[in-house]
Design a binder for this molecule. Structure first.
Ligand SMILES: Cc1cc2nc3c(=O)[nH]c(=O)nc-3n(C[C@H](O)[C@H](O)[C@H](O)COP(=O)(O)OP(=O)(O)OC[C@H]3O[C@@H](n4cnc5c(N)ncnc54)[C@H](O)[C@@H]3O)c2cc1C
Length: 507
């Protein structure tokens, strides 16, 4: 129920401009929570402009999104060529022996059985003892990913796994559009040619091509990087993250699906001037090289991507994209909320964009229900969402800072980056001075963005430990955890999971 803000008896009128994933996710979330009796929602999109059409990996929060809108996996996944994602493995980011790849798991309840050993070994490895602290050995999901198993346990297994998805962005958009329309959301296909503003800086109406004028009580800007309402019309400032995140471009080239198996993880492989994603879908593999145009040209990036994919002789066209990395100064201003690329973007290394869309809309609805258009409400919400963007940004910046590669100017500059937030500086100081990382993360209250496990995986996964030749033999009390027992536990748990490709065919 929208309480106080609704004019008595009248449904609240919401106009969402933009029919990309962000616009349709917003429409579905608002329709699910407020219902047609409380909110009359219209999505306006310009088919000629189209959607960005990338964004094919998610975090586990997307599972909650589909649950909220009442869509079962068996309903939406086959329609979107979707697959399961146990997590992300990072390849080629470190030249330290034994650390050429590591896996970043999504936190799952079963990790409680294996993380004590991980934290312990990692802590004493940092103190210079010769203990195995490579993350891959400590997480069931790393094993599931390596064995290409689906994160869906047999009925008798007492733990659920956290997982994300991979999907076709166009097909998800179409599914969400049809789903929203089936719950009463209206859809107009037309370009917004002009946005009118009142004297006190609120959005008054939208003028569509063809002459129709749309009025509403509230407007959502989901117009992608253009940010037609929030940035272009209301002039809300864009705060760039370019100073600490250098990637500003991507080149995308799909390949056929792998024959005989389907991976259940995203792979992020470092190349000379950025990294390439490998996202397995049912019908194809999505590949995209995210790079910095300050270090290489689009042609060079495309050639490097083709070489990486063994497609130098292939003539299928690649797609080139520019990325605007940063966030708006205000995500909600007056009667306008920016959602999706129009509110900001952090490069896709941890596939967090749709997660931020979901968090923005859900937090907005809660804030709005509590206090409507009250300024204090808006300020509190804006601080919260900005902090969330910064929390995610710091974790991504840390990937580049903590990587152990120095073969190109790009990697030398990234690993020497001193443009760090205070928060990240403190994390790095704590790690390298062998301090108590758990305490540091708790003091900063940042585990709501990335957990202790995630930070240790990242910093340890690239081998940021004392050099092997300097390691001390562990004393008997430091060999507390027998990792063979750990390996055995994980292998036996994995017997409850089935082959990913076969599982998908049952949906
Ligand atoms: C290279 C790259 C990789 C990415 N990878 C991931 C990932 O793995 N995981 C993830 O979560 N996210 C990822 N993202 C982000 C993700 O793609 C977006 O967050 C998501 O697709 C939402 O985009 P959007 O809806 O905000 O914008 P868009 O898809 O650009 O949609 C904009 C909409 O606005 C409409 N529009 C624009 N102007 C007007 C107008 N004047 N009148 C009417 N309509 C208008 C367009 O028609 C369109 O419908 C990636 C992004 C990039 C660039």
């Amino acid at each position: 129920m929208i309480s106080e803000p609704v004019k008595s008896g009248e449904p609240f009128k919401i106009a969402i401009v933009g029919g990309g994933t962000a616009g349709w996710m917003t429409a579905n979330l608002m329709a699910a929570r407020w219902g047609a009796r409380n909110a009359r929602i219209t999505v306006i999109e310009a088919p000629d402009i189209g959607i960005v059409g990338v964004g094919e990996g998610s975090t586990p929060q997307l599972k909650a999104f589909f649950k909220t809108i009442g869509a079962e996996e068996a309903d939406w996944m086959p329609k979107c060529n979707a697959t399961y994602k146990n997590g992300i493995s990072f390849h080629g980011w470190s030249d330290r022996p034994g650390y050429d790849h590591y896996f970043h798991p999504f936190p799952s309840p079963i990790d409680l059985h294996t993380t004590p050993a991980f934290y312990f070994n990692s802590h004493y490895r940092r103190q210079g003892f010769d203990l195995d602290a490579n993350p891959d050995r400590f997480f069931l999901s790393a094993y599931l990913a390596e064995q290409r198993l689906a994160p869906k346990p047999a009925h008798q297994f007492p733990f659920d796994m956290a997982y994300g998805y991979h999907f076709d962005a166009y097909l998800v958009g179409a599914f969400l559009r049809d789903h929203a329309k089936s719950t009463g959301v209206s859809h107009i296909e037309a370009k917004v040619n002009h946005v009118s503003v009142t004297d006190d800086g609120e959005i008054a109406s939208l003028l569509l091509e063809g002459g129709e004028t749309i009025t509403a009580d509230f407007f959502v800007d989901s117009t992608g990087f253009r940010s037609l309402l929030m940035q272009e019309t209301l002039g809300v400032k864009f705060l760039s993250f370019n100073e600490n995140l250098r990637n500003d471009s991507a080149v995308v080239l799909p390949t056929p699906a792998t024959a005989g198996y389907t991976n259940s993880q995203t792979k992020a492989t470092a190349l000379k001037n950025g990294w390439v994603w490998d996202i397995p879908l049912i019908n194809r593999t999505g590949n995209g090289y995210v790079y910095s145009s300050h270090y290489c040209s689009p042609d060079d990036a495309e050639t490097e991507l083709r070489a990486h994919l063994d497609m130098l002789d292939d003539v299928s066209p690649a797609r080139h994209l520019k990325m605007k990395v940063g966030q708006v100064e205000k995500h909600w201003r007056g009667n306008c909320l920016a959602v999706g690329l129009s509110q900001g973007f952090i490069e896709p290394l941890e596939a967090t964009a749709l997660h931020l869309v979901q968090a923005t809309v859900e937090k907005f609805m809660s804030a709005f229900e509590k206090g409507g258009f009250a300024n204090t409400n808006e300020e509190h919400f804006n601080r919260d969402i900005s902090a969330r963007f910064e929390g995610v940004r710091d974790y991504i910046v840390c990937h580049y800072r903590a990587a152990r590669r120095s073969d190109t100017d790009y990697w030398q500059d990234n690993t020497a980056n001193t443009n760090l937030s205070d928060s990240l500086r403190r994390i790095l100081d704590c790690w390298f001075s062998r301090g108590d990382l758990k305490k540091e993360i708790a003091e900063q209250d940042i585990s709501k963005y990335y957990s202790l496990t995630s930070w240790i995986c990242l910093l340890g996964g690239y081998g940021n430990y004392p050099e092997a030749e300097k390691l001390k033999t562990p004393t008997p009390e430091l060999t507390l955890y027998n990792l063979n027992i750990n390996d055995d536990f994980i292998r036996r748990c994995a017997l409850n999971f089935s082959d990913h490709k076969s599982f998908l065919s049952t949906l």
